[in-house]
Design a protein. Structure first.
Length: 236
C-alpha cells in the first residue's frame, strides 16, 4: 500500500479481512498511530513490516507487540519516522525473531543501539542506520561485539568515524561474515579502511562516496590489497 491515500479505517478493515497476512508495506500512506493495535493483531503471522514516511511515529512503533510479542516478524523497515531510543527497546523486547532491520533517518542514539544489540545482535544479518546522525562509533562497537552473522551494514551519513570502523575490523565476529558496507559521507581514514579490508575476508562491496579524507592513491592501495572488492568512491 505504498503511496496510497488510505485511511486508518481502511487499514483496519483490510487487516480484519486478512488475519493471516504475512507481509505489510505502508509507504507514504497518511496513517496514524491508531493503526498500531490492529497491526499487532498479526503477531502470529506477520513476517515483514515496512513503514516509511507516514505519521506512524515512535510512540506508535513502541505499541507494536504490546499485547503479544510479534514472534514471526523477521524483517522491519521503519524509516523516516523520527524514531527515538524508546522504540528500539520495544523492538528488541517484542520482535525477538528479527534478522533484518532498517531504521533510516531516525532520531536514535548510540545508547539505543547498544541496548538493542544486547537483545537482537547475534541474529541480525542486515542493519541499515543510514542518515541516523545520532549514531556514532559507539554503535559500531556494539554491533561489532554482538553481530556474529552480519552480512550487510549501512552507516551512510551517520556520525561514525575511523575509530568505529577500526573496532569493527579488530577481532570482531562480524569481520568473518560482512559482505556489504555503506560509509557514505562519514569520517573515514585510509588507515581504518585498510585495517577493515585486511580483516573482513568476505567483504565484496564498500561505498565510501563523499568521504573527504580518502584520496585517489588510497583507493589504489585498497584495490591492491583486495582486487575483487568493489569500491564505490568519488572525490568529495
Amino acid at each position: 500500500l505504498t503511496m496510497c491515500a488510505i485511511s486508518d479505517d481502511s487499514i483496519h478493515y483490510l487487516l480484519l479481512r486478512n488475519p493471516n497476512l504475512a507481509i505489510l508495506r505502508l509507504g507514504g500512506s497518511p496513517i496514524s498511530a491508531q493503526v498500531a493495535p490492529h497491526v499487532s493483531h498479526l503477531s502470529d503471522t506477520l513476517v515483514e513490516l515496512v513503514i516509511i514516511t507516514t505519521e506512524f511515529n515512535s510512540k506508535a512503533l513502541s505499541q507494536l507487540g504490546e499485547a503479544q510479542p510479534m514472534t514471526m516478524l523477521s524483517t522491519l523497515h521503519a524509516c523516516d519516522l523520527a524514531l527515538k531510543d524508546k522504540a528500539l527497546r520495544s523492538i528488541g523486547a517484542r520482535m525477538p525473531a528479527l534478522t533484518s532491520i532498517s531504521l533510516r533517518s531516525s532520531l536514535i542514539s548510540d545508547a539505543g543501539i547498544e541496548e538493542m544489540m544486547t537483545m537482537l545482535g547475534p541474529q541480525l544479518h542486515t542493519i541499515d542506520l543510514g542518515g541516523c546522525h545520532g549514531v556514532g562509533s559507539a554503535s559500531v562497537r556494539a554491533i561489532a561485539a554482538s553481530c556474529a552473522n552480519l552480512v550487510r551494514l549501512n552507516l551512510n551519513m551517520t556520525s561514525v568515524n575511523h575509530e568505529g570502523i577500526s573496532a569493527l575490523a579488530a577481532s570482531s565476529p562480524a569481520t568473518n561474515t560482512l559482505e556489504q558496507l555503506g560509509l557514505v559521507a562519514t569520517g573515514m581514514t585510509f588507515k581504518a579502511l585498510r585495517l577493515l579490508v585486511l580483516h573482513a575476508s568476505q567483504l565484496t562491496n564498500m561505498d565510501i562516496s563523499g568521504c573527504k579524507n580518502i584520496l585517489p592513491k588510497d583507493i589504489e592501495k585498497l584495490n591492491a590489497i583486495r582486487p575483487q572488492l568493489r569500491i564505490v568512491w568519488d572525490k568529495a
